[in-house]
Design a protein around this ligand. Structure first.
Ligand SMILES: [Zn+2]
Length: 109
């Protein structure tokens, strides 16, 4: 551990990268992702290593969510719930800006 807490926003580019590679070979995604990081941990905040860890969505900040990912038996990176959409979600409070994969939800325009 060094410096201050770096969770959350700093890893948004990583999470967007991982999500954009759903459907690709995990080995290639992992080696590209790890090349940008000083440690592998943040990759596995989104990518479940065990079936019991799979989540439709993963909270990475107070009101920031990303879709959960896993690696299937053929070694392909997959979304846990490909049908998950920001517009179907309800926030648990009205005072924050809630986002799923960078898309705001819970606001009516
Ligand atoms: Zn709030």
């Amino acid at each position: 551990m060094r410096g201050k807490a770096r969770r959350g926003l700093d890893y948004t580019p990583l999470f967007r990268f991982l999500l954009s590679r759903a459907g690709a070979t995990w080995d290639s995604v992992y080696s590209e992702a790890i090349g940008r990081l000083d440690r592998p941990d943040p990759i596995f905040w989104l990518v479940a290593r065990h079936e019991s860890e799979r989540r439709d969505m993963v909270r990475v900040g107070e009101s920031t969510w990303f879709s959960g990912l896993f690696v299937d038996e053929d070694g392909i990176l997959r979304l846990v719930n490909p049908g998950l959409r920001a517009e179907d979600l309800m926030p648990d409070c009205s005072c924050c800006t809630h986002t799923l994969n960078g898309v705001r939800f819970g606001t009516k325009t």
